[in-house]
Design a protein around this ligand. Structure first.
Ligand code: NAI
Length: 349
């Protein structure tokens, strides 16, 4: 993203956190808080260069704004990206992030993301209470899986099935979300084929659930109803598009489309695409509402993802535009209802 694009994307705050003694470089992006405090986890990852880490923080923070707005959460989007390196003093780095979050005084509530584990969140929690701690909030993969499952039922209905009953779903990735999703699907009568790079994990899930298995490299050679990406993002690209033998794509992974044009390409080919930031909002809904309302949300708040996905797919067909664009419009309409004023919590006197 160059400077011109940055201005067009309207970020409220971009900050560098640096501590040479700890080998630490992190980028904070706060995108848009007009609906309420910013939510977004801490990602720790290795990058080719610092610019790539900053670009990731920007992209992820903006996606969190859209995710909040589309899910009806009175909050906005932010992200911390911590550049991983062999010399990183991990504990010191997470404590420094905790100090930063504390200084934000409630303008930003953080939590887990790729590369951030329970012990890291404990370090953050030593410095601030504005963090989702697994021991307090539970495993956020559970509401994510429940939300994805609700979305898949809506997709199944649109493919002429009775929800997921009899639907053939390829679950790619059997981590915290994918494994739970596979359990829910099998329990509801879906036909499930799974894959993961971890062969032991695949074997465990095959034994536990009696599902079919495919080698990761052969996933796209399978003819199925739905591909549920629950591993990495960027999986719908020029090459994979050519090989697709599924009728729909709907999963948990963030940024499933390598580029916006791939959403349009799926639409032209008649492959239903359930936008990722709507499908995988379960963790955000659970974590944000728990923070804002002081108690975990009613299950119906997560289940509502199904109705939302359904109405986006229906509007996409009715209007002849890709579902990703419908979902972005839904989010931007919510944002446009409020004046562009950043959220700053009232300071206690
Ligand atoms: P995880 O790290 O627990 O599991 C990912 C799994 O994917 C691992 O078992 C890994 O071996 C496997 N994998 C990696 N590359 C693969 C490949 N090429 N083919 C097959 N398997 C592969 O991650 P988690 O928490 O289950 O999240 C899954 C996805 O959902 C991620 O993209 C994450 O960003 C997204 N997500 C997760 C949320 C959560 O609450 N955990 C919330 C929102 C999004």
């Amino acid at each position: 993203m160059d400077i011109g694009e940055l201005a067009a994307h309207d970020f409220e705050q971009i900050q560098i956190l640096r501590d040479d003694a700890a080998g630490m470089l992190a980028f904070v992006a706060v995108h848009d808080t007009r609906l309420g405090p910013a939510f977004g986890g801490i990602r720790r990852w290795r990058y080719r260069h610092p610019g790539a880490a900053l670009a990731d923080a920007l992209r992820l923070a903006e996606a969190m704004t859209l995710k909040c707005a589309a899910a009806g959460i009175p909050g906005g989007g932010a992200k911390v990206v911590l550049v991983d390196a062999p010399s990183l003093d991990r504990g010191a780095a997470y404590r420094r992030i905790g100090d930063f979050v504390e200084q934000m005084n409630g303008r930003y509530f953080t939590g887990p993301d790729v590369g951030t584990e329970t012990q890291d969140l404990e370090e953050v929690a030593r410095r601030t209470s504005f963090v989702a701690r697994p021991d307090e909030i539970g495993n956020l993969a559970e509401p994510t899986a429940v939300g994805v499952f609700a979305g898949l039922r809506a997709v199944g209905d649109r493919l002429g099935c009775d929800g997921v009953r009899g639907l053939h779903v390829l679950v790619q990735g059997l981590g915290a979300v994918g494994r739970r999703l596979a359990q829910l699907l099998v329990g509801a009568g879906a036909r499930v084929t799974v894959c993961d790079l971890d062969r032991d994990l695949v074997e465990q899930v095959r034994t536990e659930l009696g599902v079919e298995v495919v080698e990761p490299g052969l996933l796209l050679s399978i003819t199925a109803d739905v591909w549920a990406p629950c591993a990495l993002g960027g999986v719908v690209h020029d090459l994979s598009l050519e090989h697709l033998k599924v009728r729909a794509i709907a999963g948990a992974a963030n940024n499933v489309l390598a580029a916006p044009a791939h959403g349009a390409a799926l639409f032209q080919r008649g492959i239903l695409y359930a936008p990722d930031f709507v499908m995988n909002a379960g963790a955000l809904i659970h974590g944000a509402l728990n923070h804002l309302e002081g108690a975990p949300p009613e299950p119906a708040r997560i289940e509502a993802i199904g109705a939302r996905v359904g109405s986006i797919l229906d509007a996409s067909i009715a209007e002849g535009i890709a579902p990703e664009l419908v979902a972005q419009r839904l989010a931007r309409d919510e944002l446009d209802k409020r004046p562009r004023e950043p959220y700053f919590p009232a300071r206690p006197r």
